[in-house]
Design a binder for this molecule. Structure first.
Ligand code: UDX
Length: 446
């Protein structure tokens, strides 16, 4: 009989995972402790912007006309315990307030609520990004809190999805990594992932600590690659070189590769910044802090990019932001997402505002989230309106909409034709031709 799957935590990761499991043909029950989320998802609506996710949900959520009916949602732990053979725990692990370490309280409370309900054989699979060592501790917790004699096992199966590509990354992953302590867990997970593995996704079996580390190591490597190219951008600016050309040239070497070498205002979002910090904190606890001191530098190069953008903007308006009008294009941490968590764009906008600038922001999808986080900034309904009267335009998130802007038309509404490209994504020649003073990060001035 086909496995029955539950997904605990229906945020970004969980909602995508639940829909993907239904797409793979399983009966799926998603749980969240927030009733409003369950109501939204049960209507086939997605509480965030993620291309393709709503379509996938509507294809499977029970009660929607024409759906397969394979996917349902609940707030009941008891129902989850009765239903599932395999339980995926997808709750988040945010950075602790004022600390580097990550907050494990949501994961722990999910395990504590689930365990007593496991009255039939079950595999619990952690997907959240956790400090190495957590799985061993959670396996103990599970054994202690499950009903006496229950047949319960734990596996760790980190998730590598990118926002904006979540559905594609979940259905066609680059690799599937499972940390297991026994053969049954491996067998069940091979069954769950038979379709993507059959289509060529590698299936890597490891122990708990290695599986946990794969996730943080991968994100650390990606963050390091971005900070490396941003460090080169600093040198290029000092030497009048061109970091875009440099990245292209070194990327031809397959050992280096072309991806993740886009210099600009650096990385943000809910993963890379907090994951490298939590990794450093955990290494410190393990007495291995020296191994990761380079990540401190990766983090500080990254944060320096934001200050550098602010300096460039200040310089462009004559040395002070007081009373100067600044247009900010982009609020999300990257395009094709409405996520503004640790967004370099909003951080830059907020700091310029604090320094007396009159900042107007426009973003194609992130306006509601941005307004909630930075209510004191001004927001405009379009790029053109954000730029009206501006003395400098800052391009801070590389939405395709911004690449398609007509610099001549925009030039009509601004007070001064000055643009700073914080993502190295605009066509410098076209903007210059339309009479703009165009500056990009790590590139020659003219
Ligand atoms: C990341 C990892 O890619 C993913 O595997 C993991 O599961 C979660 O964290 P995500 O946070 O969605 O995914 O974003 P990603 O596409 O990795 O971009 C992260 C940040 O780096 C963005 O702010 C982006 O603008 C920035 N970035 C990316 C650069 O500045 N330069 C680049 O070359 C690439």
């Amino acid at each position: 009989m086909a496995l029955k799957i539950t997904v605990i935590g229906t945020g970004y990761l969980g909602a995508t995972h639940a829909a993907a499991m239904a797409e793979l043909g399983f009966e799926v029950l998603g749980l969240d402790v927030v009733p409003e989320k369950i109501e939204t998802l049960s209507r086939g609506e997605v509480p965030m912007y993620e291309p393709g996710l709503e379509e996938l949900l509507r294809k499977h959520v029970a009660g929607i006309e024409g759906s397969t009916g394979r996917l349902r949602f609940t707030t009941s732990w008891e129902e989850v315990g009765e239903f599932g053979d395999v339980h995926f725990v997808c709750v988040n692990t945010p950075q602790k307030h004022g600390e580097y370490a990550c907050d494990m309280s949501y994961v722990e409370s999910a395990f504590a609520s689930l365990a007593p309900q496991l009255r039939r054989p079950a595999l619990v699979v952690g997907k959240s990004t956790v400090p190495v060592g957590s799985a061993a501790h959670l396996a103990d917790l599970l054994t202690r809190l499950a009903p006496a004699g229950a047949d319960v096992e734990l596996a760790w199966n980190p998730e590598f999805l990118r926002e904006g590509f979540a559905v594609q990354d979940t259905l066609h992953p680059d690799r599937i990594v499972v940390g297991v302590a026994g053969e049954r867990a491996e067998k069940l997970l091979r069954e769950v992932y038979a379709t993507p593995v059959g289509e060529g996704s590698p299936f890597v079996v490891a122990d708990y600590p290695t599986a946990e580390l794969v996730k943080t190591a991968a994100n650390s490597f990606l963050a390091t690659k971005i900070s490396f190219i941003n460090a080169m951008a600093e040198v290029c600016e000092a030497a009048d070189g061109d970091v875009v050309k440099l990245a292209e040239a070194i990327g031809h070497d397959e050992r280096i590769g072309k991806k993740f070498l886009r210099a600009g205002i650096g990385f943000g979002g809910g993963c890379l910044p907090k994951d490298i910090r939590a990794f450093m904190a955990r290494a410190g606890e393990l007495g291995a802090d020296q191994a990761l001191t380079f990540l401190r530098e990766v983090d500080s190069i990254n944060m320096r990019r934001r200050s550098h953008m602010i300096e460039l903007a200040r310089e462009s308006v004559g040395g002070s932001f007081l009373g100067r009008r600044v247009a900010v294009l982009g609020a999300t941490f990257k395009p094709d997402s409405d996520d503004v968590r640790d967004s370099p764009a909003l951080n830059v906008a907020g700091q310029i505002h604090l320094q007396g600038g009159q900042v107007t922001v426009y973003d194609p999808k992130g306006m509601d989230n941005a307004r909630r986080l930075f209510p004191t900034l001004a927001y405009a309904p379009s790029a053109l309106e954000a730029c009206r009267g501006a003395e400098v335009v800052l391009h801070l998130t590389e939405w395709s909409e911004f690449r398609e802007l007509d610099p001549a038309q925009l030039g009509e509404v601004v007070a001064a034709r000055r643009v700073l490209d914080g993502r190295n994504a605009l066509d410098a020649a076209a903007w210059r031709e339309a009479g703009w003073v165009f500056r990009a990060m790590g590139r020659p001035r003219a």
